[in-house]
Ligand binder design. Sequence first.
Ligand code: SF4
Length: 159
Amino acid sequence: MEKILVSRCLLGHPVRYDGGGFDPQAQLLRWQAQGWVVPVCPEVAGGLSTPRPPAEIAGGQGALVLDGVLPVLTDDGADVTEAFVRGAEQALQLVARHGIRYALLKARSPSCGNHENYDGRFNGTRVAGEGVTAAALRRIGVKVFNEDEIRLLIAELRE
Ligand code: SF4
């Protein structure tokens, strides 16, 4: 059975920085009922509390956080890089444990985003870039999709 790593907030778990979650898409609920879903919230797994201050990658590139080049900072300037990297490591452990090849993660999150990110100025400016966990997953060959790409993921799974 193919397991899919899924952002917990997309499953409705109240783990977002503001204490919320999202209404799960029907397809996710079906996968969950079939036992395909491995939930993860890298920020909570990395030791951060909920709710928590919003955080952005200074420069928006999660891969450079993994390389120790860029920090992840909260809107009040606290450095939460270590927790974000620890969360990515937890996700990699789940991937190894379950033989995961695909992930469906929340778009535009400093942990989970797969294409775009906020640029670290907390003014809503987006840049091309991945979250820290998304970058770590891509590096080991896991294909990362976001909640708007669920049809693409279904097509991959059918091949
Ligand atoms: Fe957690 Fe990722 Fe959702 Fe943020 S986007 S709340 S890190 S699962």
